[in-house]
Design a protein around this ligand. Structure first.
Ligand code: NI
Length: 170
């Protein structure tokens, strides 16, 4: 078995890379996704994109039901947003930026398409937290982080905070 996956944090180049499409949905990929899911549940994240564990490929997982104690893993491979509408705001965090949370504006509803673990296409309507989580993870595949969506002032404050955190850790 390959070594444990690790969550990559802000500052590493792979987080800023635009991920490339998955070309082959095979056992190796399914195994990788299972390991990502184990990690996501272990750290109690709502979602995890492949480039957050160092693989710049277009897929992510999410589970917004964890708090109910009834986990339901969602896997989106080569996801696309077909339609979006409305506005919503939510205090987001990111496993790659530990300890920081900020309100971000998102579309309230999405119509999305992706491939499942067997390579079959599916479409889904998402709203509420599911729509928010999807947009957050989809951004990761584009190399975009939620801090990029903050106002210039808030971003500046974030940068100072992050710098301080990083110096404390050294
Ligand atoms: Ni994130």
């Amino acid at each position: 078995m390959s070594e444990d996956l690790k969550i990559i944090t802000l500052g590493e180049a792979v987080l800023r890379e635009k991920a490339t499409p998955v070309e082959d949905i095979n056992g190796e990929l399914r195994d990788f996704i299972q390991r990502m899911a184990d990690l996501m549940y272990k750290v109690r994240g709502l979602g995890l994109a492949a480039n957050q564990v160092g693989l710049p490929k277009r897929f992510f997982i999410m589970d917004i039901t964890q708090k109910d104690g009834n986990p339901k893993l969602e896997v989106y491979i080569n996801p696309e947003i077909l339609a979006k509408e409305g506005e919503t705001e939510y205090e987001e965090g990111c496993l790659s930026i530990p300890g920081y949370y900020a309100k971000v504006e998102r579309f309230a509803k999405l119509h999305v398409r992706a491939l499942d673990l067997d390579g079959r296409p599916f479409e889904r309507e998402l709203e509420g937290l599911a729509a928010i989580a999807f947009q957050h993870e989809f951004d990761h595949l584009e190399g975009v982080l939620f801090i990029d969506r903050l106002s210039p002032l808030k971003r500046e404050l974030f940068k100072r905070w992050w710098k301080k955190q990083s110096s404390l850790k050294r």
